[in-house]
Design a protein around this ligand. Sequence first.
Ligand SMILES: Cc1cc2nc3c(=O)[nH]c(=O)nc-3n(C[C@H](O)[C@H](O)[C@H](O)COP(=O)(O)OP(=O)(O)OC[C@H]3O[C@@H](n4cnc5c(N)ncnc54)[C@H](O)[C@@H]3O)c2cc1C
Length: 272
Amino acid sequence: MAVLHNQVLRPAGFSELFPVWSRYPDAILFAGGTALIRSQGRELPKLPDNVLSLEKIDELHRITRTERYLEIGAAVKLSDIIALGKIVPGAFSRTLRGIAGPSIRNLATIGGNLCVCGDATAPMAALDARYELRSAGGIRWISANRFSSLPMNLQAQELLSRIRIPLEQWTYTIYRKFCSPPENDGGVLLILVQNQKDILAKIQIVFAGHTLFRDKNSETFLEGKALPLDRKEAFHYRDLWKTYLDGLGKPGPLLRSKILNGIEAAILGLAD
Ligand SMILES: Cc1cc2nc3c(=O)[nH]c(=O)nc-3n(C[C@H](O)[C@H](O)[C@H](O)COP(=O)(O)OP(=O)(O)OC[C@H]3O[C@@H](n4cnc5c(N)ncnc54)[C@H](O)[C@@H]3O)c2cc1C
């Protein structure tokens, strides 16, 4: 049978999705569609020739919670995650509230956001989330810390299906969103801190923009230290991050100084 073009395909489950996708291998997944139409500047947005809508796949709309994890289907809307309230880790919900306006958040999905390395990439990496990826061949899981650099690391005809977020208590969450128009570069800086009886038990610092930055070595430098920190330690910590970014040779100077200043201000806030 001839394969028709300009189709909007709406499979009703994974069992329909993969056969349809192999019949239309050029079909583009459509979740909320907000990133697909962004920056088109047309009155009527132009869609890809063949569109594979995720709307009717129930598994992608599920939200479950266990004692240790919150699991969210990739097609859940950003506004529905925010509406879950306190069960959503603060870093995640704060970041989602900073994405666009309510009308976009009512359409945009968490899967679509992560697949364009949007702002939600930062909390997912900082919270050590894991992603379930599905293809006709089966399921694989990868760490959010390994799924965050463009080009995306999805294989052909594979989709992001579920996000598993560990539920941990954080004493402080610091969120900063930067835009650096001259370099067309920006992103979200997140700093999570656990204070256990005036000991800095855990710290996780992530910047996610076009690339994900996380220096796990410098995190261990601060862990186990008494709070408040010594100011010298706070400045040394900033220098560790500077060395880390110097080694990577990115981002550009403006964004780099914003990240370093943001980290310095946050760590000085933990010092006496
Ligand atoms: C006015 C405006 C403001 C915006 N502001 C922000 C902002 O502040 N921060 C921000 O991060 N983003 C922003 N965006 C970008 C975008 O809207 C969001 O990132 C949104 O979350 C994308 O989700 P979506 O469901 O609409 O994705 P879609 O547009 O449906 O898809 C985006 C891409 O991901 C692919 N895709 C979607 N779901 C999956 C899946 N489950 N598995 C594999 N691939 C998939 C699609 O094929 C497509 O290539 C903005 C967009 C607009 C229009």
